[in-house]
Design a protein around this ligand. Structure first.
Ligand code: PBG
Length: 346
């Protein structure tokens, strides 16, 4: 008696059929045991891959929670020093500083950026004095300091490029004087990497490194960061005339090519997870130290889902960071840095 054949229920393959199909090739063999999975693992996340962004606020002994970034706080300078000490204890190579500027200190031209006593400069000096072994990354851009929340100077409707670069150069020099090890321009003005490199060299800061935000996209994932530095409510319009269009990949190669030619020591892609292809392409094309920024919105999504028990937060965190490694990142800026470092330690 012959059974009726249906395309949905084909006859099960016989053992001989399967053997013929597989020809002995069984991908699952290497995955059977924990020791074997570890042995064939291609990428490993280590504490050396982490850069920890930290928010600074005026005051003393202050830690203000950022509502849209559960687990992240703004720290007064004295507390930021404690965080830097924690980074050192955990073996995190570097921290990145971002200020929440008192709204009373913000103006049209972001003049607080050029105050040698501003929060970032004060934090640099305090942290360098207490924990010189931790690398200090400072952000070059005007958005924490402008009343309109843009990264550059506003003339009418336009963010003017060249006049902004002049200010960014001065901002970078102040940061270097205050002890910054890595200057990280995040403003996306044209020509700023070259201008900053020249000025640093002219002033004797030949050892200060530049990590350029080579491919920084006009992204919806920066929302919680703007809460943290207090620009969400003040930002007029959007940043699409200077940050990149999320639809573009080839353009990232041109952006990076310019930054590399202008003297960037390392390059970064931002945001992270939606742009792994860009990360891969830049690493392949230039072979430079290449970093990913797992931005505030990415952090917030994982934290929010984890706090609702919709995903396993710890596994999602580790998986997301391992994904950056697989895509070619030499390191990741991530708000998870201390949590990951604790896990990697045990
Ligand atoms: C601005 C800057 C931004 C971030 C770092 N530097 C936001 C923006 O461009 O508006 C975002 C970081 C994050 O979302 O975690 N110079």
């Amino acid at each position: 008696m012959t059974r009726e054949r249906s395309p949905l229920h084909p006859d099960p393959a016989t053992k001989a059929d399967m053997a013929a199909i597989l020809g002995g090739r069984r991908m699952r063999r290497n995955r059977r045991t924990d020791w074997s999975r570890r042995m064939v693992r291609e990428n490993t996340l280590t504490v050396d891959d982490l850069i920890w962004p930290i928010f600074i606020v005026a005051g003393s002994d202050l830690a203000e929670p950022v509502a849209s970034m559960p687990g992240v706080e703004r720290h007064s300078v004295d507390r930021a020093v404690k965080q830097a000490e924690r980074a050192a204890r955990l073996g995190i190579p570097a921290i990145a500083l971002f200020p929440y500027t008192d709204p009373a200190r913000r103006d049209e031209s972001g003049s607080e950026a050029l105050n040698p006593e501003n929060l970032v400069c004060a934090a640099c000096r305090a942290i360098k004095a207490a924990v010189p072994e931790v690398g200090l990354v400072t952000d070059v851009a005007l958005d924490p300091y402008t009343s309109h929340g843009h990264d550059g100077l506003l003339a009418g409707e336009e963010i003017v490029n060249d006049a902004t670069v002049d200010v960014l150069v001065l901002q970078a020099l102040l940061q270097a004087e205050a002890g910054a090890d890595i200057i990280a321009p995040s403003d996306m003005m044209d020509g700023r990497v070259g201008a900053i490199r020249q000025a640093l060299d002219a002033k004797g800061f030949t050892n200060v490194q530049i990590m350029s935000y080579a491919a920084k996209y006009a992204s919806a994932f920066y929302g919680p960061f703007r809460d943290a530095i207090g620009t969400s409510k003040t930002l007029i319009g959007d940043k699409r005339t200077y940050q990149m269009d999320p639809a573009n990949g080839d353009e990232a190669l041109r952006e990076a090519e310019l930054d590399v030619a202008e003297g960037a020591d390392m390059i970064m892609v931002k945001p992270g997870m939606p742009y792994l292809d860009v990360l891969w392409r830049l690493k392949e094309a230039f072979g430079l130290p290449t970093f990913a920024y797992q931005v505030s919105g990415e952090y917030a999504m994982i934290q929010a889902a984890a706090r609702n028990n919709w995903i396993d937060g710890e596994r999602a965190m580790l998986e997301s960071l391992t994904g950056f490694k697989r895509a070619g990142a030499d390191g990741i800026l991530t708000y998870f840095a201390p949590a990951v470092a604790e896990i990697l330690k045990r």
